[in-house]
Design a protein around this ligand. Structure first.
Ligand code: DWN
Length: 395
């Protein structure tokens, strides 16, 4: 593993504080966010990881159902799965608040969600839910109770687990021989193309490429048989994976085509990451410059979408409440709290709050289309957004 990027000392991206924490100067956990490339496995990962129980506990604020974009994406996928794979029993690893499983029959669906505040949501809806971390112990327990799991799905979760060998060993243990594994995660190539350095934070231990995934799964006799590229989360890849022994499914051309694109982009070369590092440092300078010019004119800036990504940006660029007055967000467990590290206050989303601002920093850039549609009036009246993706600019 060779380091290529240093994003400084960072807080845990979803560890929000309440007023009394600030008053009591509660000890906030920080870690050094360094990113590296492994020339053998081609994996890109953060180099100092935080134990899962410190990140994914019973107060995890993020809810995947908070955006129309993701709700639609999960609905569309559920139709595709039913039509093409007709699964008897589905297992979702990282079911969050049930945005995907709600599209499936309770009797045919099992959820795994270690964050107890989220697991309770699918449990209450009648879905069999294991509020535990995904590992071989849980896989053994599930295998003993549920036969023939023929579809496993996991979105924005496997990249959050340090021990990938245990992840895939456990998957192979419960997946039926003709079973299908579908995983989706932000695409490393899109992350590099968009200069989206904010995809790196404590929860995102890895940002995957097809090259790295293929290296990972081949030792478990698994293979990718189809690839889908998605616009979600800043550009994601959906991998369709099967056991090599399953000859019923042909390998789609999409796999070779995407692999060729990655290799042409030199995703497997360390030099590519040194170039990325330089672009990130230039982006930091540019963003700080934009903010300071605006503040010199005594203009008011607020933030839109208190994302884990924005925590990386603000702490890397040392942007705090002297620059951004507050953030607005729709997520119940984030509002009336303070953002990790910078302690910028998060207000419950209200359209009227936009009138209050001269400029809005787009923390949830991955939902730009949905947000710009929602805030059309603000934009028509000359309202301005600031975005750092792909290059810092005022929109
Ligand atoms: O991998 C992860 C992804 C799936 O979600 C997790 N580790 C943590 C989290 O990352 P994030 O916080 O960067 O995710 P999002 O989905 O970009 O967060 C969007 C935020 O913006 C949410 O807090 C909700 C908020 N939002 C809003 O206030 N108004 C979103 C939309 C669309 C809106 O209209």
């Amino acid at each position: 593993m060779k380091k290529f990027l240093d994003l400084g000392i960072q807080p845990l991206a979803n560890k929000y504080l309440v007023k009394k924490d600030l008053v009591n100067n509660k000890k906030e956990q920080f870690y050094h966010l360094e990113v590296g490339f492994d020339s053998k496995s081609k994996l890109v990962s953060i180099m100092n990881t935080v134990p899962s129980p410190k990140m994914f506990d019973n107060k995890y604020p993020y809810r995947s159902s908070m955006s129309q974009t993701m709700r639609n994406s999960f609905k569309k996928l559920s139709k595709y799965i039913k039509k093409n794979f007709k699964p008897n029993l589905i297992l979702e690893i990282g079911s969050n608040d049930g945005s995907l499983v709600k599209n499936f029959d309770k009797k045919k669906t099992i959820c795994v969600e270690p964050c107890k505040n989220l697991a309770i949501i699918t449990k209450k809806r009648g879905y069999k839910t294991y509020a535990e971390y995904w590992n071989i112990n849980l896989a053994n327990k599930i295998k003993s109770k549920h036969k023939n799991i023929d579809l496993i799905y996991s979105a924005n979760t496997l990249s959050h687990i340090a021990n990938l060998n245990s992840v895939f060993k456990s998957i192979c243990h419960v997946l039926s021989d003709d079973g299908i594994l579908i995983i989706e995660d932000p695409s490393l190539m899109e992350c590099l193309k968009k200069n989206a350095y904010d995809q790196f934070y404590n929860e995102h231990i890895y940002v995957f490429s097809l090259v790295a995934i293929q290296n990972l799964i081949k030792k478990f006799n698994l293979e990718v048989f189809n690839i889908e590229t998605l616009n979600t989360h800043g550009g994601s890849i959906r991998y369709f994976i099967k056991k090599k022994s399953n000859k019923k499914i042909k390998i789609s051309k999409s796999v070779k085509i995407y692999l060729k694109k990655e290799l042409k982009f030199r995703i497997d070369k360390f030099k590519t990451y040194i170039q990325f590092k330089k672009k990130v440092e230039a982006s930091k300078k540019k963003l700080i410059d934009i903010f300071s010019k605006i503040k010199k004119k005594n203009k008011k800036i607020i933030g839109y979408g208190s994302t884990a990504k924005s925590v990386t940006v603000l702490n890397y660029c040392n942007i705090d409440k002297s620059t951004i007055d507050y953030f607005i967000d729709t997520t119940p467990d984030k509002t009336n709290k303070y953002m990790p590290g910078t302690h910028i206050f998060v207000k419950k989303y209200k359209k009227t709050l936009l009138k209050d601002a001269d400029y809005i920093f787009l923390g949830a850039w991955n939902f730009k289309k949905e947000i710009f549609k929602k805030e059309k009036k603000f934009l028509q009246k000359g309202g301005k957004f600031i975005s750092h993706i792909p290059k810092p600019c005022i929109i």
